[in-house]
Ligand binder design. Structure first.
Ligand SMILES: Nc1ncnc2c1ncn2[C@@H]1O[C@H](COP(=O)(O)OP(=O)(O)OP(=O)(O)O)[C@@H](O)[C@H]1O
Ligand SMILES: [Mg+2]
Length: 467
């Protein structure tokens, strides 16, 4: 589908500056369609056939009513025979109203208002309002007010003061008429408040009847309105009331260039902002996870480096030990992926690790576990997983026939003990395994390790946790 600029270039004599003006109009005119409950078409004369043939450059449908044009009209050529009204309005340069055939249809009629669009003192295009022929239905207050506002915008198009050159919003955030409208006079007095605007005000804690009162009287700051009047351009402001965020857009209404009122569109963007925040925190989470993965890989690297420094160890055993250490780190990730929380339940983690470590065992060592629930954040849980894996590994390897694991919660801390019924350390030199345990307990867990020979070895780790 050709763009407005492409159509203008191929069919008309509009300058780049004219096209920019029409593009600004097309970016803002959804509001106009909503205000007049009708389709809008933007037409420009075809080059060389000015006043006789027109090309539809753009089209917008109202969100407040049905459309007359289900088909896309952009690019359609309309001539003076089909639409004498627009040819006349183009010639005279004044706003005109009349009954006309719906473009491209023979029977269906439309109520058409044609408005000259002026730019730098020259009429460059026509905007037509295409409405179904009225059935004589009486208008409600909202409709009357909106029609009146539309007419004021029509006047501004004719005078060349609309669209505005500045103050544009991100189009997808821009409030629409249906979101809530206040009509203000030059004193910031509310002349009309649409039902949705009243709801938005309620959400902001304003329960006073706004109509007939000044913004400042109902507790709404009118700085934005004053700025818009002074600048003769739209001003956007976002107000926050607790969890509620309301986006306000003040559009000054001008008559011969002088403000004679304003339209205040308000949109509850709380949900939008909530999602913005969620996306931001997702973003932060992803970065945090990369950071943790990097940390864990560094841990794996230093464990391997440590292992490599020890002389005279069977390489198979060395690799086997390393595999167990890596599996211990993986277990933490496994627990983390299965839950929404950012903390790890140690009972669940240790139970898993126990199962993995006991699995490959041929000896008939009996392992019992009594685990209370203790929550630990990811990084410290990783340290504890490694500590546990080393200590249980030792008990299985060097201990007796029975191993008891206990995890108990104490005030502000937790105690992990692993006891076996073997011969105890009995003066044996600590190796790589216990040096890893000592380093992790001290540096990562901020706790202490005691090894007690007590009818076997009892290894006890006390570390701060919870509360
Ligand atoms: N539960 C235990 N019962 C008896 N002796 C133990 C126990 N735990 C450790 N030891 C002794 O301490 C030594 C050092 O253990 P450590 O875990 O520090 O070394 P390692 O590098 O893991 O080697 P290993 O595979 O032998 O455990 C072990 O070789 C063993 O003699
Ligand atoms: Mg060991």
């Amino acid at each position: 589908m050709p763009t407005l600029a492409e159509l203008a270039r191929s069919h008309t004599r509009l300058t780049i500056d004219d096209v920019a003006h029409l593009q600004r109009l097309a970016a803002a005119w959804g509001m106009l369609a909503d205000l007049c409950f009708a389709d809008l078409l933007l037409l420009a004369p075809v080059a060389g056939e000015e006043g006789h043939r027109f090309v539809v450059l753009a089209q917008v449908r109202p969100t407040t009513d049905q459309t007359l044009y289900r088909d896309d009209m952009v690019g359609t050529i309309v001539d003076e025979v089909e639409r004498p009204l627009i040819a006349r309005v183009w010639r005279i340069g004044e706003i005109g109203v009349g009954d006309a055939a719906v473009i491209g249809q023979t029977i269906e009629r439309a109520n058409v208002q044609a408005i000259p669009v002026r730019h730098r003192g020259k009429v460059i295009a026509l905007l037509t309002r295409e409405a179904a022929t009225t059935t004589g239905r009486r208008l409600g207050e909202l409709e009357r007010v909106y029609f009146e506002i539309f007419d004021r915008f029509a006047r501004m198009l004719y005078e060349g003061t609309f669209p505005f050159t500045g103050g544009a919003l991100v189009p997808e955030e821009s409030p629409r008429v249906g979101d809530g409208v206040l009509v203000l006079d030059t004193e910031s007095m509310v002349r009309y408040a649409s039902p949705n605007a009243v709801s938005s005000l309620h959400r902001m804690g304003i329960h006073a009847n706004a109509q007939g009162q000044r913004l400042s009287d109902i507790g709404l700051d009118d700085d934005a309105v004053r700025t818009a009047f002074a600048a003769r351009a739209p001003v956007t402001e976002e107000l926050e009331w607790g969890d509620t965020s309301i986006l306000l857009q003040v559009i000054p209404l001008l008559e011969e260039g002088t403000p004679n009122g304003a339209l205040l569109l308000m949109r509850d963007v709380s949900e939008l902002r909530r999602r913005d925040r969620m996306l931001l925190s997702k973003d932060a989470t992803i970065r945090e996870i990369h950071h943790r993965v990097k940390n864990n890989l560094q841990t794996v690297a230093s464990l391997l480096r440590l292992q490599a420094r020890v002389d005279g160890v069977d390489p198979r055993k060395a690799l086997g030990d390393s595999v167990n250490r890596i599996l211990a780190i993986a277990a933490v990730h496994e627990v983390l992926t299965e839950h929404r929380e950012d903390t790890v339940d140690l009972a669940e983690l240790l139970e898993r690790l126990r199962a993995t470590l006991v699995q490959g065992l041929v000896s008939g060592t009996k392992v019992t576990a009594a685990l209370e629930n203790v929550e630990l954040e990811g990084q410290r849980a990783t340290a504890l997983a490694l500590v546990f894996s080393e200590l249980l590994g030792n008990a299985l390897e060097h201990g007796g026939r029975q191993v008891a694991i206990r995890l108990v919660r104490r005030e502000g801390s937790a105690v992990l003990s692993i006891s076996d019924d073997g011969k105890g350390m009995a003066g044996a030199a600590e190796g790589t395994g216990l040096s890893i345990v000592r380093a992790l307990v001290g540096d990562e867990l901020g706790g202490s390790l005691t090894l007690v020979d007590d009818a076997g070895l009892r290894a006890e780790v006390v570390f701060p946790a919870g509360g």
